[in-house]
Design a protein around this ligand. Structure first.
Ligand code: 0X9
Ligand code: ZN
Length: 369
């Protein structure tokens, strides 16, 4: 629902009653929340105005599930015509490497809480040491489009090296690492049990990986409550998933990092943990602006550009670590859609969203050094 609050008392009622927040913040006069029927009763009792945006998000998830199961039996088709599960995405990295062993190889980054492997495709035609760009998806389990777009960026680079001079230019000069599923346990849980699961699967309630990084760890916009959707974990890098990505960025000469999320269509640059401008704010914003323009040039969609903290302050996120400790220009890109059904995006939008993701990565790779 979209709720409208007229007092801090009403806001407190909504905060207690809501199961999840789907707006960027719950501090304004209106914001979008997930509620059950009991929560709705609480709103009615207090006379809090609300509008139903999606009557039942479980119905939306069930329809998606039915579609995916039907599609799998009916036709394998274009790989990017439908969302793919963890095993299929992980296996596809091997397919891409086998297509162009001269350009691509699969590397092991680490092992998740429940023993699943976290892998990346290393793409390059550069000779000797070349600077690297890291692209990842799936820190948040339910943000399926981030997994598909990351995989698709890798696919396009493999397919386009011989024919697309821009891709060739990037891969001749740089190493591009693509890790589509940083949180495999969460992703599997989102496919098999709870479509709207966000965190990893650490016992007992999971950790929000994008609050588990060390820069600004423990700060505002993260929680010490283990049940919270933004639970940061017991200490920075307590989770094997964040360590796996951190170790890659530490070990390689990484100059830029794109962390794909959904949803909201935004490009966010450091800082996220403080409203203070980053030392190189203007340079970061210029890179972000180039990405936003490149995205708009593909399908006319607008991605808003701002510092992450201008969206909302959050300590312990990946982009701040990449920039503050990792020596890389870190960006969070919130992919499609802008709202509506949120994490459940129609599969027809995978390819156009991939066009946007690739445009952003190429624009960044061509400018950053
Ligand atoms: O909250 C997050 O981790 C990211 N948004 S999401 O809806 N995909 O969960 C945004 C993190 C960006 N950083 C800050 N806003 N500080
Ligand atoms: Zn996210």
């Amino acid at each position: 629902m979209r709720v409208q609050v007229h007092s801090e008392a009403q806001r407190a009622v909504v905060r207690t009653a809501m199961l999840d927040l789907w707006s960027d913040s719950d501090t304004g006069a209106t914001f979008d929340v997930v509620m059950d029927l009991e929560g709705l009763d609480a709103l009615r009792e207090r006379g809090i105005a609300f509008e139903v945006l999606v009557p039942d998000i479980d119905v939306v998830a069930a329809a998606e599930r039915a579609r995916i199961e039907g599609a799998e039996i009916a036709r394998p088709g274009n790989w990017f015509a439908e969302y793919r599960d963890y095993d299929t995405v992980d296996a596809y990295l091997d397919v891409l490497a086998a297509r162009r062993p001269d350009l691509a190889r699969v590397e092991h980054l680490g092992v998740s809480t429940n023993g699943r492997r976290i892998r990346a495709l290393r793409l390059s035609a550069a000779e000797g040491e070349a600077k690297a760009i890291v692209v990842n998806g799936g820190q948040h389990a339910r943000e399926w489009i981030s997994v598909m777009v990351s995989t698709c960026v890798a696919d396009r680079m493999v397919a386009g090296y011989d024919t697309d001079p821009r891709i060739r230019g990037v891969l001749d000069a740089r190493v591009v690492w693509v890790a589509p599923v940083i949180n495999p346990d969460g992703y599997v849980h989102s496919w098999e049990s709870d479509r709207y699961w966000r965190k990893n699967r650490a016992e007992p309630y999971g950790v929000d990986l994008n609050r588990n990084w060390s820069v600004g760890f423990g700060g505002r916009g993260s929680s010490s409550n283990r049940r919270s959707q933004i639970y940061r974990g017991p200490h920075a890098f307590s989770e094997p998933e964040t360590r796996a990505l951190r170790d890659l960025i530490t070990r390689e000469p990484v100059i830029a990092h794109v962390d794909f999320h959904s949803f909201g269509q935004m490009i966010l640059y450091p800082w996220g943990h403080t409203k203070k401008p980053a030392p190189e704010r203007d340079r970061l914003a210029a890179l972000g602006d180039a990405m936003a323009s490149a995205i708009a040039a593909t399908h006319g969609e607008r991605y808003k550009l701002m510092s992450a903290a201008d969206l909302y302050t959050a300590g312990g996120t990946a982009l701040d670590w990449s920039y503050g400790e990792g020596g890389a220009d870190g960006f969070t890109i919130e992919l499609r859609p802008t709202g509506g059904s949120g994490f459940v995006l129609p599969p027809e939008q995978i390819v156009p969203t991939c066009d946007e993701g690739l445009a952003a990565v190429l624009a960044l790779a061509e400018r950053v050094d």
